[in-house]
Design a protein around this ligand. Structure first.
Ligand code: DGY
Length: 324
């Protein structure tokens, strides 16, 4: 195909090779950093396809600058970084990469749950500092999981995968979701409850909602105050779902026991209050960061883009209205 494609940052070769095989021109931003808005604006005119990352804000201005743009393929399942309404208005397809990162993200969620409950990072720091002087009955006690309750906020693919793992820990599973998740309820003793109930009853609360106007600051001062003082909050979804300032205050005041976060409100900036606290585990948005998952995401994003430019329906279109 004599199409012209731009990739905003190097992704695994599995995806780039596929693009190079099917597209006439494939340019990749040569530096390993997030492109500025102005740089993307300069690259978009004359391109038929754009493969971008969750760190790129693809707003109306960029979309309108894409005079030939037919598809924006996001290298992520979340696509809150793209103005989908503006793309749809310009009849530009938007795609994402669902499914392939479910297990990796659910695994990282569990790494964070165990990490914060069993104080793994704190223990590592303690041990390296030479503070371990032998087994002690009161040393670094943490939260129990077996027999406790996990609250899954958003039982889509990733939330459900986290719930399945929770069954292996003999936990009671509560979830919130816009609709009943029948598959989940048929395979696990999981119960859909209102958010308020989940916050009140869960010992571990794990967030798995997409970022939208409705979910921004879904967890704020009031919600944190509604949790058990012994509860742990885990976020591997999107940072702005949690009001970080309110979280810092709640952690300082002992309103909850701890938090483990893979995503932040103003990434890559981290609220300075979080950095000072011991009852917090922080990872740098690595939910999908396994070799296999990142390869699969690259292939999926490339396949979406190639399909869109070949006038085929991309498998993971998020704005199917453009085709109608
Ligand atoms: C996604 O795909 O939305 C994840 O956050 C990437 O790690």
């Amino acid at each position: 195909m004599s199409v012209n494609v731009f990739v905003t940052r190097r992704i695994p070769d599995a995806g780039l090779d596929l693009l190079r095989k099917h597209c006439g021109t494939v340019d990749v931003f040569p530096e390993d950093r997030v492109m500025t808005h102005a740089e993307i604006m300069r690259e978009v005119p004359g391109r038929d396809g754009l493969l971008c990352l969750l760190t790129d804000t693809i707003d109306r201005r960029i979309i309108e600058a894409g005079d030939r743009l037919r598809i924006i393929a996001n290298y992520a399942v979340g696509y809150n970084n793209i103005d989908v309404a503006a793309a749809t208005a310009e009849r530009i397809i938007v795609t994402n990469t669902p499914g392939v990162l479910t297990d990796a993200t659910a695994d990282l969620t569990w790494a964070l749950i165990l990490g914060i409950c069993r104080r793994i990072v704190e223990s590592d720091r303690f041990t390296r500092a030479g503070d371990f002087h032998g087994w002690a009955p009161m040393l670094l006690r943490g939260g129990d999981l077996a027999g406790r309750t996990i609250g899954i906020v958003g039982a889509g693919r990733i939330g459900s995968a986290v719930a399945r793992r929770a069954a292996g820990f003999d936990m009671t599973i509560l979830y919130t979701n816009r609709s009943l998740n029948k598959d989940l309820e048929q395979s696990l003793p999981a119960r859909r409850v209102p958010l308020e109930t989940l916050l009140r009853e869960a010992d571990v609360i794990s967030l798995h909602v997409p970022l939208t106007d409705e979910t921004k600051h879904l967890i704020g001062r009031e919600e944190l105050a509604g949790m058990k003082k012994t509860a742990y909050l885990i976020n591997t979804s999107r940072g702005p779902v949690v009001d970080e300032a309110a979280l810092v205050q709640a952690l300082k005041d002992g309103d909850i026991a701890g938090a483990a976060l893979d995503v932040f409100e103003e990434e890559p900036a981290i609220h300075p209050g979080l950095l000072e606290l011991d009852n917090v585990v922080l990872t740098p948005h690595t939910g999908s960061a396994t070799w296999g998952t990142r390869d699969s995401m690259a292939v999926m994003a490339a396949e979406n883009l190639i399909a869109g430019l070949s006038s085929r329906r991309p498998p993971n279109i998020v704005n199917p209205d453009v085709l109608g």
